[in-house]
Design a protein. Structure first.
Length: 172
């Protein structure tokens, strides 16, 4: 059984190694999520630690999926706090550990994130994903639309320069 929850700063601190395991597993499997060295756990820990204060300050939410009490997936909702962007939220770090894939976890996390965005009164969600990734198919199936692509956007774990596709979803 998969359990879903929003975790706060202290819970995230307590789960630092599990969060790092998920991130490392995804990078090791070739995910384009901002990291190129799957063996550099310290950089990954630093990423999570850099986000902990945002959880406490309320400028982001961290949703996790647990399997047998262990975190196996994440998604973050980032609230745009600039006055002209308070109607939108950004989706970031949709990560499902390779050992937990093909169970509908990513879809469920995205649906829950969307509900939270709606509850917050936001009318637009945005994200970017490596062009051609299978994640694009998930987003499209959930009603997301392609705004465009930026070539040479990010370096892959193999050293190639990949494009990113910018996507959005308007909420009723």
């Amino acid at each position: 059984m998969i359990e879903y929850q929003i975790i706060n700063r202290q819970q995230a601190i307590n789960e630092l190694e599990a969060l790092t395991d998920v991130l490392q597993g995804c990078v090791s499997a070739g995910a384009s999520v901002g990291f190129i060295d799957p063996d550099d756990r310290q950089v990954m820990r630093n990423f999570w630690q850099d986000n902990f204060n945002g959880l406490e300050q309320g400028d982001r939410l961290l949703l996790v999926a647990r399997q047998q009490q262990r975190i196996v997936a994440t998604v973050m909702v980032l609230w745009n706090m600039m006055p002209n962007g308070r109607h939108r939220a950004e989706i970031s770090k949709l990560l499902v550990h390779p050992a937990a894939r093909r169970q509908g976890i990513a879809r469920e996390l995205m649906e829950r994130a969307e509900q939270l965005v709606k509850q917050a009164g936001r009318s637009l969600m945005v994200l970017d994903t490596r062009s051609g990734d299978i994640a694009s198919l998930l987003y499209l199936s959930l009603g997301w639309e392609v705004a465009g692509a930026i070539p040479y956007y990010a370096q892959s774990t193999e050293g190639a320069m990949d494009a990113t596709t910018v996507m959005y979803k308007r909420l009723a």
